[in-house]
Design a protein around this ligand. Structure first.
Ligand code: ZN
Length: 163
């Protein structure tokens, strides 16, 4: 299914290669938030669209602190991430029309983490038979357009759900 996102990927890889941790780079460059599809920031964490989404509307909640272990996060930070996850679920169901949501973390590359050095929580909206949905709308050009539109929609929705 990766080919669906190929143009997106090529756009990504032709950009200047990010040195070090991608998530720290995003965290340290708030001036690039629009370009990086950042949705939200606070003192504990930030939220950003996943550029290789499992489904349209797939985003991540990421602690500001660089660590590969959730047990190293301050409890306050962990609670904030949990709270944001719950609010995100409410937003996706009420505002984005999701019928279900997957939330989860892959801790360590053995567990399937793509960027294992900086923990992150995936939030993935789901619909009935959404595999077919993706196949139907998955035309790459359509999808690129959709991505920007989905980013704006979620970014606009968030303030209604997050205080
Ligand atoms: Zn990092």
């Amino acid at each position: 299914m990766e080919y669906l996102y190929a143009p997106w990927r090529s756009d990504y890889v032709t950009r200047k290669k990010i040195e070090g941790c991608v998530f720290c780079h995003i965290y340290n460059h708030p001036q690039d938030d629009e370009e990086q599809f950042v949705l939200y920031r606070d003192e504990f964490c930030f939220m950003v669209m996943n550029k290789y989404p499992y489904n349209p509307g797939h985003f991540m909640i990421i602690p500001n602190m660089h660590t590969d272990a959730i047990e190293e996060l301050d409890e306050e930070c962990w609670l904030r991430i949990s709270l944001l996850a719950r609010k995100s679920v409410k937003m996706l169901k009420e505002g984005f029309g999701a019928k279900g949501v997957n939330i989860g973390m892959n801790l360590g590359s053995s567990a399937g983490a793509g960027i294992a050095e900086h923990v992150h929580m995936h939030i993935v909206p789901r619909w009935e038979r959404d595999t077919n949905f993706i196949t139907t709308i998955g035309h790459t050009r359509v999808y690129s357009t959709e991505f920007g539109r989905v980013y704006k929609k979620i970014k606009n929705l968030l303030p209604e759900y997050i205080d």
